[in-house]
Every structure is written in structure tokens, then in C-alpha cells.
Design a protein. Structure first.
Lengths: 113, 117
């Protein structure tokens, strides 16, 4: 079973708010939820991380309901430069204390004028 | 700080040749990872190392070997390269938020683009 499920793609226009939801039904008690942004030919870049409720930084907000089985990345007033693939990631603790971090398929966000 | 450094950035191999991708991080992180990303696809975990001296298989370990040389360095070796291993390889490192809480904050290198003919 995949650890995370996201929409494959989303389209938006400049200036709009974009919300990308990720499902992670099997999240463990000690897992954070982390979102990354990836541009072509680059490694993913950290956007935001949270454990519960709401987290906000200078680029995004992250909403996590009480059951933590999903999370929503909110990008306010997107611009063309926000066109990228967005991944949500939760960890998987394995024997020995390792943190097996596997990515899902990601969401391709396309922002148009 | 340089962060995560990968070498080489580009490499072309013939089928059956071997090579090693090098990765080093200067953030004193315990955990290190190797991912591959095929064109238009997501990242797939090859191997990871939770701490110095330990390595574990990820989603797609076949055809690869790894060595966690020390806390800073984590290398990925292709013993007999195949065209199916043509991909971009990313090394990453991370640290746990605490002794009991995981963290998914990964710091990535710039990638190594490998072509196997």
C-alpha cells in the first residue's frame, strides 16, 4: 500500500490560492508530515513541516486535522514560478530507529496567467 | 556550508561497466539516502542509512550496493550498469527531530545524471 496519495495534477491561475491535499491513512504516532517542491532538473526543496493543527511560514500553510490521516498544503496567491511538482512525505520508522522516507507520485501544479 | 555534495554530476557508461556515485554532507546528519528519478517520474528510494555503520534496502535496491564510509559519506555503486539504470540519482540527508519523533526534512544534493548505453 502506498503511504501517501495525492492528485496527479492541478491547474491554477496567478493570484489564486491553491490547496493540495494528501492522504496518509497509515501515519504513525511519531511521524511528521513534510511537503517538498521540485523544479525540473533539481532536487526537491523543503517547503513546510507539521505534526498537527496548522503551521504557517513565509511561503505556505499546512493544515492537519485531528486524526492526521490527511494534510492540506495551501499556497497563497500563486505565481508562474510556483509551477512545480509538490510531494507530501511521511516517515516510516523501522527496526533500529531508521527513518525510511519514500515519496509518493507527487502533484504537478501548473500555474497560468 | 556546502550541504550535500554529489559527484560526478554527469556520467555516461556502457552496459556492464561499473561506477560509484559519491555523496558527502557537512550538516552532521545521522541519516542518508539515495534516490533515483526517471524522466517524468517521482523519486524512488534505493538505499538508506539510518546511522553510521548501518544500511538498509529501499524500494528499488536491485543492481546497487552502498557503503556508509563514515558519518559524512554515503556512496552508491553500480557493479554492472544496465540501460534501465539510466536516471538522475539524488543523495539526501536528514536528522530526527528528537530521539522519539521522526522528521521528514531532507536536504538534497544537486543530482547525478547517469546514462547507460
Amino acid at each position: 500500500l502506498a503511504k501517501t496519495t495525492q492528485p496527479i495534477s492541478m491547474d491554477s491561475y496567478e493570484g489564486q490560492e491553491v490547496n493540495i491535499t494528501c492522504s496518509h491513512n497509515n501515519i504513525a504516532t511519531n511521524d511528521y508530515i513534510t511537503w517538498y517542491q521540485q523544479f525540473p532538473s533539481q532536487g526537491p526543496r523543503f517547503i513546510i513541516q507539521g505534526y498537527k493543527t496548522k503551521v504557517t511560514n513565509e511561503v505556505a500553510s499546512l493544515f492537519i486535522p485531528a486524526d492526521r490521516k490527511s494534510s492540506t498544503l495551501s499556497l497563497p496567491r500563486v505565481s508562474l514560478s510556483d509551477t512545480a511538482v509538490y510531494y507530501c512525505l511521511v516517515g516510516e520508522t523501522v527496526t533500529g530507529g531508521g527513518n525510511k522516507l519514500t515519496f509518493g507520485t507527487g502533484t504537478q501544479l501548473k500555474v497560468e496567467l | 556550508n556546502a550541504g550535500v555534495t554529489q559527484t560526478p554530476k554527469f556520467q555516461v557508461l556502457k552496459t556492464g561497466q561499473s561506477m560509484t556515485l559519491q555523496c558527502a554532507q557537512d550538516m552532521n546528519h545521522n541519516s542518508m539516502y539515495w534516490y533515483r528519478q526517471d524522466p517524468g517520474m517521482g523519486l524512488r528510494l534505493i538505499y538508506y542509512s539510518a546511522s553510521e555503520g548501518t544500511t538498509d534496502k529501499g524500494e528499488v535496491p536491485n543492481g546497487y550496493n552502498v557503503s556508509r564510509l563514515n558519518k559524512r559519506e554515503f556512496s552508491l555503486r553500480l557493479e554492472s550498469a544496465a540501460p534501465s539504470q539510466t536516471s538522475v540519482y539524488f543523495c539526501a540527508s536528514s536528522e530526527r527531530a528528537s530521539s522519539t519523533m521522526n522528521t521528514g526534512e531532507l536536504f538534497f544534493g544537486e543530482g547525478s545524471r547517469l546514462t547507460v548505453l
